[in-house]
Ligand binder design. Structure first.
Ligand SMILES: [Zn+2]
Length: 263
């Protein structure tokens, strides 16, 4: 039985992840594939969460999904639904987020089987991430495809920049990732971990066209993805395509399934 877990770590620079103690993420990277890319920047779209998660969820770029900043004006999720919505036609789906906009705006839409929303803006993202993780670990045995959002990294970088506290937040998210992996039931799991945008080093912040704020990464491990693979020409749009391929679903997307890209 095919299963999927996509974990989003908001605003996490790969250089910081590499330098941090993140053994779980690094383990997935070692047993699977890693890809890097640059997200669009103005005037196409801000290098921000709204466009980034929309691209990850839908598998198409902002010119199609329509989200160009965190205002979400012009979103076209009806025409370009998220991968969980597509999978939910046949499988049990679940999403848990601490950035409530992702559910309120429909980035992961109402047809997702179970949507659990916490409020990192009100409660703090460290608390929201803990609640997201606790909820998800209780449900992962009973779903086929899940998206789990962790946001503390982004919040810390905005507040104090990309120094020690940012690394510590990344390391906590790695432990949460470990708890998620341990909570999985049996099945052929595809695990994808990714981020929506980077942060300016060292002061934090994003939205513009610097390489450190545009830089994103994808780690994927599971069936059809050989250890050490480095799929060429990867992009944020590949997450949804790779997720759908795992369930033998197809859609007209901008992304390419990594299972095909590495063959
Ligand atoms: Zn973000």
């Amino acid at each position: 039985m095919r299963k999927l877990l996509v974990v989003g770590m908001d605003g996490l620079n790969w250089t910081v992840a590499e330098a941090a103690g993140m053994p779980v993420l690094k383990g997935l990277a070692a047993e699977g594939a890693v890809g890097h890319s640059l997200v669009p920047c103005p005037p196409v779209a801000e290098s921000s969460s709204g466009p980034g998660w929309s691209t990850i969820a839908t598998g198409v770029w902002p010119d199609k999904h329509g989200v160009r900043d965190n205002g979400f004006a012009g979103a076209r999720y009806a025409a370009f639904p998220d991968f969980l919505t597509r999978i939910s036609q046949r499988y049990r789906t679940y999403s848990a987020v601490g950035w409530a906009e992702l559910h309120r705006r429909g980035t992961f839409g109402p047809e997702v089987g179970v949507r659990v929303t916490f409020d990192g803006e009100a409660d703090g993202y460290d608390a929201a991430d803990a609640r997201v993780t606790a909820d998800a670990t209780g449900r992962l045995r009973d779903v086929d495809a899940a998206f789990v959002y962790l946001g503390h990294t982004d919040d810390v970088a905005h507040t104090v920049g990309t120094g020690t506290a940012y690394r510590v937040a990344a390391e906590e998210q790695d432990r949460q990732l470990g708890r998620l992996l341990a909570a999985r039931g049996p099945g052929e799991w595809l695990v994808i971990v990714t981020t929506d945008h980077g942060h300016r080093v060292p002061d934090g912040g994003h939205g513009g066209c610097r390489e450190d704020e545009r830089g994103t990464w994808i780690v994927a491990a599971g069936p059809g993805i050989p250890a050490g693979a480095r799929p060429p020409g990867t992009g944020q749009v590949d997450v949804a395509a790779t997720a759908l391929y795992h369930f033998e679903l197809t859609a007209e997307l901008d992304g390419r399934p990594w299972q095909e890209a590495v063959r």
